[in-house]
Design a binder for this molecule. Structure first.
Ligand code: BEZ
Length: 211
């Protein structure tokens, strides 16, 4: 069954390029991102893994662990890893799950048979410290993901988890945000001391509150 926002991320134990992990235990108290790759030794996936590896410091800075999964075994991942380092300039620096039996792929509904009945789609699951799914993304095999967008949405999720705000279209870190409609004008004046702009009763903006 499809995983929906607010569901507890399914737990599992799996072999990875960094040893056996128990997913929830591995996540610990922080945020996590699980993303799937259709197949080892494929070009788009090679660029994506190098891309995530190059930005791992940005995920660390957001208290967020990243982990990939591909429906090949760990021995294959380890061989592929050498190609990733060689061609992408950054070696794999986070675990890649060996999922040759498609246990994780099935648990997270990553195989969409009408797209491809053996390979996974490119799924992204962002998981909060409460182990609940905060965001899902699904891309076809032919389209590599945009890591800037993954970081952008992570920034929004982390900000809106801590303040009564939402982020508008094309928001990026540092931009003005929208005050939740559950907050009255009187309370907004207290909660958002930098002030707010009342464009409509339902559309009030304020500078990003945690800066
Ligand atoms: C790729 O990563 O390039 C890829 C993977 C599976 C199918 C098609 C392309």
């Amino acid at each position: 069954m499809a995983i929906r926002l607010g569901d507890v991320a399914p737990d599992f134990t799996a072999e990875t390029t960094e040893g056996t992990i128990s997913f929830h235990e591995w996540l610990g108290d922080g945020w996590g991102i699980l993303f799937s790759h259709p197949k080892d030794f494929t070009p788009v996936c090679t660029t994506e893994l190098g891309g995530f590896a190059a930005r791992k410091g940005d995920f660390d800075a957001r208290n967020t662990k990243i982990i990939g999964v591909s429906v090949d075994d760990v021995a294959s991942h380890n061989q592929w890893s050498a190609d990733i380092g060689e061609t992408q300039g950054t070696a794999l620096n986070f675990p890649l799950i060996g999922d040759e039996n498609r246990v994780v792929a099935d648990l997270y509904d990553m195989i969409h048979p009408n797209a491809n009945d053996t390979l996974t789609v490119r799924s992204v699951f962002i998981i909060g410290p409460d182990k609940k799914v905060k965001l899902t993304l699904t891309y076809p095999a032919s389209t590599g993901r945009n890591i800037e967008e993954v970081l952008r949405v992570l920034d929004s999720l982390q900000l809106t988890a801590g303040y009564s705000v939402a982020t508008p279209v094309n928001w990026t870190y540092g931009g003005d945000v929208i005050i939740a409609n559950s907050v009255s004008d009187e309370d907004a004046a207290v909660k958002f001391p930098k002030g707010f702009t009342r464009i409509k009763p339902y559309l009030r903006t304020t500078p990003q509150p945690n800066l």
